[in-house]
Design a protein around this ligand. Structure first.
Ligand code: PRP
Length: 211
């Protein structure tokens, strides 16, 4: 049987997840010295480095058994997998934001919202019974209101620095976000003992790290 395969979100979450792996006693030497490699041995596991949305795709298709991914990506893209644990890392929040000092709700025009997260945005405004026009942007969403493309953005805010340095402010907070462990549904049945051991290990590491 192949090693249990864990899809890890590249970038922001990578370092903090690796710290939890090391607390679990897993040898992360190869991961630390990965260069441009995308598949690395970590202890008895095989770690795959992927973009957040792809972590979900690999886990849903069963080519990875476990994934570490932000709640933001889960809410935007997630469908069929188990979400088993909140790692307490990668903490940030979904916010509605726009230019400092503007009243978002002023006027009767249909508001335009720029975002990387159209599903989250649609659900939020539907819950408020408000009709908006959503514009999908791939990154640096803060540009959209500055350039006059949108009235506001829905995006993740961590330190708030990006907003501040661009003359934007939070209007409303939607909900908090943190990294989660997700598990493929078939793997959960077929490799339950190994998965339980991994989850117990990472939860213990999380507690020791005070997350
Ligand atoms: C995220 C987010 C904000 C920024 C928030 O972008 O979309 O732009 O981080 O962080 P802060 O509150 O600490 O300033 P990311 O760095 O992931 O890049 P992207 O916009 O190109 O997707």
């Amino acid at each position: 049987m192949r090693k249990l395969r864990i899809a890890l979100t590249k970038g922001r979450l990578e370092k903090q997840t690796m710290e939890l792996f090391e607390r679990m006693g897993l040898d992360c030497t190869e991961l630390r010295e990965k260069g441009r490699r995308l598949i690395l041995p970590v202890g008895d596991y095989e770690v795959v480095l992927a973009k957040a949305a792809d972590v979900i795709t690999y886990v849903e298709h069963g080519v990875c058994d476990i994934g570490v991914v932000g709640k933001d990506t889960i809410v935007e893209n997630g469908k069929s997998f188990y979400e088993v644990c909140d790692l307490g890392i990668g903490k940030c929040r979904f916010c509605l934001a726009g230019k400092v000092g503007e009243n978002f709700y002023d006027g009767y025009n249909v508001k335009r919202i720029a975002t990387k997260y159209p599903n989250v945005t649609k659900a939020y405004f539907e819950s408020k019974g408000m009709d908006v026009k959503i514009v999908k942007i791939e990154g640096s969403v803060e540009l959209a209101p500055l350039l006059g493309l949108s009235d506001a953005i829905v995006d993740i805010v961590e330190t708030g620095t990006t907003l501040k340095e661009n003359g934007l402010e939070v209007y409303e907070t939607l909900f908090p976000i943190s990294a989660r462990v997700i598990v493929n549904t078939a793997s959960m049945k077929l490799r339950r003992a190994e998965i339980d051991a991994f989850v117990a290990g990472i939860e213990k590491a999380k507690q020791e790290a005070g997350k």
